[in-house]
Design a protein around this ligand. Structure first.
Ligand SMILES: NC(=O)c1ccc[n+]([C@@H]2O[C@H](COP(=O)([O-])OP(=O)(O)OC[C@H]3O[C@@H](n4cnc5c(N)ncnc54)[C@H](OP(=O)(O)O)[C@@H]3O)[C@@H](O)[C@H]2O)c1
Length: 297
């Protein structure tokens, strides 16, 4: 086996998708939390024996809860990437670090490019931004890959929440004034694997930051409406009405960017990677979820 990649967050959406990929010549190692607690990292050097790259998918992703648990969010989203990147530097291996659209400011206008000024407005966004900086400062060869609005048939995400609530309610209210780019965890995992393979095969590949989402954009309301249309076509029960509301109508502990759309053209230029339109990926996930739903019509 030529390659051995250490993946953190192996039980999350993206980490799970990475382990489902068929990668000839690559062994993916995803230690469970008991072995690799990102909030209290052990000595990493023994874990990195034979490892040729680190892919850091683990994170404190509860955006609202982070407002009341800033120390835990910082430990996992800032201190852990710093330690992982320092270990990668010592081992002479690259680190691919997943970050977020929520590093961008509340009120600016996307699509954001990688070099645009950031301005996080939440604890989650700030701790992820600081994690990026720690990786950049570590001296490790690195790819920082910002993604957004991640969904999959596994784990917890907006689409699964919508379909669950939509099966119980006739009327839903969904925020329609935040814009972004939905991203399928499996599509992102394929891109992360391609980026990692480039870093391990080409020592001249420069470090940098790249944006990676599915193609296209929408609002949370647009995403919910598409998921419900897809679910109805699969015979799932959906609400009769999906009412668009404003952010002010649905207050949350954490502020979120009004427009967090990411411009992914650098990823296409540097790696030849362009993810499919988000609607196709949503349809695929809804079909998977419908197949798992007992008693649909
Ligand atoms: N989800 C999104 O919409 C979104 C949007 C933009 C960017 N991102 C970024 O994309 C990456 C992957 O996100 P995701 O959606 O796959 O997240 P996720 O499904 O919430 O998974 C998070 C992973 O981190 C692990 N983790 C959390 N705390 C840990 C700890 N103390 N020790 C060890 N593992 C710990 C979780 O393990 P347990 O299962 O044990 O909790 C889980 O495996 C993250 O960097 C995230 O910031 C996500």
């Amino acid at each position: 086996m030529a390659e051995r990649w250490l993946v953190t967050g192996g039980t999350g959406q993206v980490g799970t998708a990475l382990q489902h990929l068929s990668l000839p010549g690559v062994e993916v190692v995803a230690p469970p939390r008991e072995q690799l607690d990102l909030a209290a990292l052990p000595d990493l050097d023994p874990l990195l024996a034979g490892v040729t790259a680190i892919i850091n998918c683990g994170a404190y992703t509860a955006v609202d809860m982070a407002e009341s648990e800033p120390l835990m969010a910082r430990a996992i989203n800032t201190a852990a990437p710093a330690r992982l990147a320092a270990a990668a530097t010592r081992a002479g291996i690259p680190i691919v670090h997943v970050s977020t659209d929520y590093v961008f400011p509340a009120d600016g206008e996307g699509p954001w490019r990688e070099d645009d000024a950031i301005g996080p407005v939440s604890v989650y966004g700030q701790t992820k931004a600081d994690g990026e900086d720690a990786v950049r400062a570590s001296g490790a060869r690195h790819a920082i890959v910002r993604t957004a609005w991640v969904f999959s048939a596994d784990g917890a995400n907006f689409i699964k929440t919508m379909l669950r609530l939509g099966a119980e309610r006739d009327r839903m209210r969904v925020v329609a004034d935040q814009r972004g780019c939905p991203t399928h965890a499996g599509d992102l995992a394929e891109a992360l694997a391609a980026i990692t393979a480039r870093f391990t095969s080409d020592p001249a590949q420069p470090s940098g930051t790249w944006h990676c989402t599915n193609m296209g954009e929408t609002t949370w309301h647009g995403l919910a409406e598409h998921a419900f249309a897809s679910a109805a076509a699969c015979g799932m029960k959906v609400p009769a009405t999906v009412e668009p509301i404003t952010t002010a109508d649905y207050p949350t502990p954490a502020r979120r960017p009004v427009d967090s759309r990411l411009d992914c053209s650098r990823l296409a230029a540097d790696f030849g990677l362009q993810l499919r339109p988000w609607q196709q990926a949503v349809d695929e996930v809804v079909r998977q979820l419908a197949d798992q739903t007992p008693g649909r019509t």
